[in-house]
Design a protein around this ligand. Structure first.
Ligand code: FE2
Length: 437
């Protein structure tokens, strides 16, 4: 089974600004603020160290392929009362994992058929993306989604995942809150180039928002090796929605995730991950401060790049989209060698990846059946997440879409077959925020 793509797809490249590129002044402001706060010397130290680390990181990922993604069983997590120390350590290191059997295959298949029927019965009303032949549907509270989101195994697992983070202030907890996201039913044969290598949780706000960039202060200070990707205390007040857009979530997702309703395998509509967080996020954050050498043969030598305080170009950064990465703009990441297919997934399995992990949607689907998932992340209890979940539930109860799903106009309560939240358990209701409204 292939771990990487044989041919790199026609995903957008960000090596040089397009001719009609006009940047909002907020780019130059953000850059100037970071330089004023940390200085050229610190940024340069961080840059050289990070590029050096990436030499080993990328070699290891290319060597291990899909085996680099840890695989756990839900049954053992239940038996052990959470992730064992060894599992935690593997997950901590890779920033991603597959957890099998969160739902039984039979349960997942039934829920997939329910979802498909629901979409068919309401076909004229449920919109999605891409517009012409939608596979990601603007649908948030179907009975399939609500029941999986509040499934007892999901709650146990999300708590275990949230527990990897720490917060010395004691103002947060690992108790899961439920973020309401979309569902996907991708038919066989459908190409999809809309989500190449990218990192969610905002884009320019990582530099522009004072709280957000403070979460990365070790990277900007020249000590990327000290950056702790599990420090919730540093991250909990970051404003991911500084530049509101459909691509950005308000909530902090400790791990993004999906639950498979059908099987998914490489080249059949699955997911690709770059199974490293610390080096990739440091590289992405430092990249706008350096310009490549004139001689292309020197590109992989970080010391030949020059400090570039004047340009306002942030490669792959657009205020209304997730942070994009590309081969030409981010050469040290060696994306074609490191964008790794997750292992084969069965109905009821789940995959989880750290909030700062680069990932991409499989550009092709050469399988014979739909590739269907529901997007369900693990979100800890923080002030921002509580506030969002309260507003999200308020909206759902009065027939409005989730607050950060800008542009969606559908009262799901009026869909044929809508069930609402009456059948949700007490602990499920807690995760949905019923205690907050
Ligand atoms: Fe994404």
């Amino acid at each position: 089974m292939p771990s990487i793509l044989k041919t790199w797809p026609a995903w957008p490249e960000f090596g040089i600004p397009s001719k009609d590129n006009v940047q909002d002044p907020c780019f130059a402001t953000a850059k100037a603020e970071v330089i004023a706060e940390y200085g050229e010397e610190a940024l340069y130290q961080g840059w050289v160290k990070t590029c050096r680390n990436l030499q080993n990181t990328t070699k290891e990922i290319a060597l291990l392929g899909s085996d680099v993604v840890p695989v756990f069983e839900m049954n053992s997590i239940i038996e052990n009362g959470g992730l064992t120390n060894e599992q935690q350590s593997k997950l901590r290191q890779r920033g991603c994992c597959v957890v099998r059997g969160v739902l039984s295959e039979e349960e997942a298949t039934t829920k997939y058929l329910d979802l498909k029927q629901y979409i068919i019965e309401n076909r004229d009303r449920i919109m999605g993306w891409p517009v012409g032949s939608p596979s990601i549907f603007n649908l948030y509270n179907s009975s399939t989604q609500v029941s999986i989101r509040t499934h007892p195994n999901q709650i146990i697992l999300q708590k275990a995942l949230n527990s990897l983070y720490h917060d010395s202030t004691g103002e947060t907890s690992s108790d899961p809150l439920s973020y309401t996201d979309a569902a996907r039913v991708r038919p066989p044969g459908q190409e999809f180039l809309g989500l190449g290598p990218h990192i969610d949780a905002g884009s320019l706000c990582r530099w522009a928002d004072k709280n957000y960039r403070n979460a990365y202060r070790q990277i900007f200070s020249g000590f990327p090796e000290k950056h702790d990707i599990y420090d919730l205390g540093a991250r909990k007040e970051a404003n991911q929605h500084m530049f509101p857009a459909r691509a950005h979530s308000c909530v902090f997702r400790a791990f993004q995730g999906w639950t498979a309703l059908t099987a998914a395998s490489p080249s059949c509509g699955t997911l690709m991950l770059y199974p490293n967080v610390p080096d990739v996020i440091a590289y992405m954050l430092l990249r706008p401060f350096f310009a490549p050498p004139a001689d292309e043969s020197d590109v992989m030598d970080a010391t030949k790049w020059t400090f570039d305080p004047a340009s306002d170009y942030f490669p792959g950064t657009m205020v209304d989209q997730s942070q994009r990465l590309s081969v030409s703009s981010h050469p040290h990441l060696r994306l074609p060698d490191c964008m790794t297919y997750i292992p084969k997934i069965n109905p009821g399995d789940t995959v989880w990846w750290h909030t700062d992990m680069c990932h991409a949607v499989d550009p092709v689907h050469n399988g014979m059946e739909d590739a269907s998932v529901v997007y369900i992340p693990a979100c800890p209890t923080t002030a921002i997440n509580k506030d969002y979940v309260r507003r999200q539930l308020h909206n759902a109860l009065i027939g409005l879409p989730p607050p950060d799903r800008i542009g969606v106009d559908l009262d799901e309560r009026t869909l044929k077959g809508y069930k609402g939240f009456d059948e949700v358990s007490g602990e499920g209701k807690r995760a949905l925020g019923f205690g907050f409204v």
